[in-house]
Design a protein around this ligand. Structure first.
Ligand SMILES: C[S@@+](CC[C@H](N)C(=O)[O-])C[C@H]1O[C@@H](n2cnc3c(N)ncnc32)[C@H](O)[C@@H]1O
Length: 202
């Protein structure tokens, strides 16, 4: 099959890697939620060989992620597991009964509905190890305001496609994160009006 391709992933992968290489320097086992095309997993896995990078997504995206994996030499990137945030995360998310000590997700929280954002943080609370590092990439609003006109237009486009989608308010995300035992370590300004939020789990 032709591999799925995201130009945005190509554009943002290096600035994201610069931060992940520091945040995940002592991590061992990363769970990615919503791996999408699989491009990020392949690239980060290649550049962070000390990590086991577990891809996941809805089953419908596994074929595309596997197509990237079939052409990759990154042995540390694992075949996708099915995680639908509507459901409990499967037991198989734990290797040797050790919970993941890191989590990465990009461009998912504005796609999924707000009840699923709540479940996402519940999943982190229930499944990740003590002191796990959590990185969340994407656009957010601050003090109820879009940070750019392009983000405001993107939000309209998202809602036109699915009323349940939309750029989230950072304050709401931080409240949920806190209730999941996450402390905000950094909030990085990223290209194209995105942010990379870094948390540590208590
Ligand atoms: C905009 S894409 C982002 C993909 C990739 N992370 C990226 O940055 O290009 C949103 C992702 O969220 C996933 N997704 C949507 N609904 C989901 C759900 N209920 N549970 C888990 N993932 C979901 C989609 O399948 C898709 O991979």
């Amino acid at each position: 099959m032709n591999k799925p391709f995201s130009q945005a992933c190509e554009n943002n992968k290096r600035p994201i890697l610069d931060i992940l290489s520091k945040v995940f320097s002592r991590s061992e086992h990363v769970l990615e939620i919503g791996s999408g095309t699989g491009q990020h997993a392949i690239f980060f896995g290649q550049h962070l060989p000390h990590l086991i990078w577990q891809t996941s997504d809805l089953a419908i995206n596994h074929k595309g992620i596997n197509a990237w994996l079939n052409e990759s030499t990154a042995a540390n990137v694992q075949r996708p597991i099915a995680i639908d945030l509507n459901d409990a995360w499967p037991e198989s998310t734990h290797t040797n009964n050790q919970p993941f000590d890191a989590l990465y997700t990009a461009n998912t929280l504005h796609i999924i509905s707000w009840p699923l954002v709540i479940k996402f943080f519940r999943g982190i609370a229930d499944n990740l190890a003590y002191q796990a590092s959590v990185c969340i990439y994407g656009p957010f609003n601050y003090q109820g305001q879009f940070t750019s006109e392009s983000n405001a237009n993107f939000d309209l486009w998202l809602k036109d496609r699915d009323q349940r989608s939309g750029i989230r308010d950072i304050e709401d995300i931080l409240t949920l994160a806190s209730s999941a035992g996450l402390s905000l370590i950094d909030d990085h300004d990223m290209p194209a009006n995105n942010r990379l939020l870094v948390f540590s789990k208590a």
